[in-house]
Design a protein around this ligand. Structure first.
Ligand code: MN
Length: 246
C-alpha cells in the first residue's frame, strides 16, 4: 500500500513522525508536510504564488518533503509527486479537532484534499494539555483504526480524535450544536487593544458525539462527507416547488 502522510503542524512535528511510524507497518510511507505550522488554516489552497517542495532529512529515515504551502497544498503536491497513493493520513495533530473545529482544521483539510483527489483518507488528532505529547498509548489504536478503515467497505473520509488514556473505539457524530468560540480582549506592550479568538466548549456534549467520546476516554471516529448540501431542506423545498401552482 502506498501511503502519503501529511499534517498542519509542520514537517518537524512529533505527531507526524509518530503517525508515519504506525503507517509504515501497512506499506510504503512518503511524507509531504508544510515547512511551518499551518494550524487552523482550514482548506486554504495557494494560488497567488508558485509552490515548491524540498527533500528533508527526518528522524527514522522516512522519505519526507517540506512544502511552502498549506496542508491541502501538501497533499496535492504529494499525490502529484507520487503519481497517486492508496491512502492519505493526516496528523497526528497537536490538539483535538472536535465539533466546529472540523470547519477550520488544517489536519482535516489535508485528509479532505486526499478524498477530493480520489484517495481514501483519515485525519488523526490528539488531546494535549500543554505537556510534551507521548503517543505510546495511542499507537495501538491508530494501528487498529488504519486496519479497520482500509479493510472492506468503509467510509472514505474519517476524522479520528485520540484521548490521553484511550480505552476503546466509538463511531461518533460531529457535535456541531455546541458553539465554542469567544473573543478575549488584551493589551499589547504599547497599550493598544488586541484580541484573541478562543475556543471553549459552552455546553455539555450530546451522547455519541465526538466531544462526548473524548470525555469518556474513547477514540472518536466520525465519518465525514464532502457534500455540505442540507438534504432535508432541499427535499422540503423541492416538495413545495412541485406542489405550488406556478
Ligand atoms: Mn495543528
Amino acid at each position: 500500500m502506498r501511503i502519503l502522510v501529511s499534517n498542519d503542524d509542520g514537517i518537524f512535528s512529533p505527531g507526524l513522525t509518530a503517525l508515519a511510524e504506525v503507517a509504515s507497518q501497512f506499506g510504503d510511507v512518503v511524507i509531504f508536510a508544510p515547512d511551518y505550522e499551518q494550524s487552523a488554516v482550514g482548506h486554504a489552497i495557494t494560488i497567488q504564488r508558485p509552490l515548491k517542495y524540498h527533500r528533508v532529512k527526518m528522524m527514522k529515515g522516512f522519505e519526507a518533503y517540506r512544502v511552502n504551502g498549506t496542508p491541502a497544498d501538501c497533499v496535492a503536491m504529494g499525490l502529484y509527486h507520487l503519481g497517486g497513493a492508496d491512502l492519505v493520513l493526516s496528523g497526528i495533530n497537536l490538539g483535538s479537532n472536535l465539533g466546529s473545529d472540523v470547519w477550520h482544521s488544517g489536519t482535516v483539510a489535508a485528509a479532505k484534499q486526499g478524498v477530493i483527489l480520489g484517495v481514501r483518507a483519515i485525519a488523526f488528532s490528539q488531546v494535549i494539555n500543554g505537556e510534551e505529547p507521548n503517543y505510546e498509548k495511542q499507537k495501538p489504536y491508530i494501528k487498529e483504526v488504519i486496519r479497520l478503515l482500509t479493510t472492506g467497505n468503509q467510509p472514505r473520509l474519517v476524522n479520528v480524535n485520540l484521548p490521553k488514556e484511550p480505552i476503546g473505539l466509538r463511531w461518533t457524530h460531529q457535535s456541531v450544536r455546541h458553539y465554542n468560540g469567544k473573543v478575549v480582549e488584551g493589551q499589547d506592550p504599547n497599550g493598544r487593544k488586541h484580541f484573541w479568538f478562543s475556543a471553549t466548549p459552552l455546553t455539555n456534549p450530546d451522547e455519541n458525539s465526538d466531544r462526548w467520546a473524548i470525555d469518556n476516554d474513547l477514540v472518536s471516529l466520525t465519518p465525514l462527507r464532502l457534500s455540505l448540501t442540507d438534504e432535508d431542506w432541499l427535499n422540503r423545498l423541492n416538495a413545495v416547488q412541485q406542489g405550488s401552482p406556478i
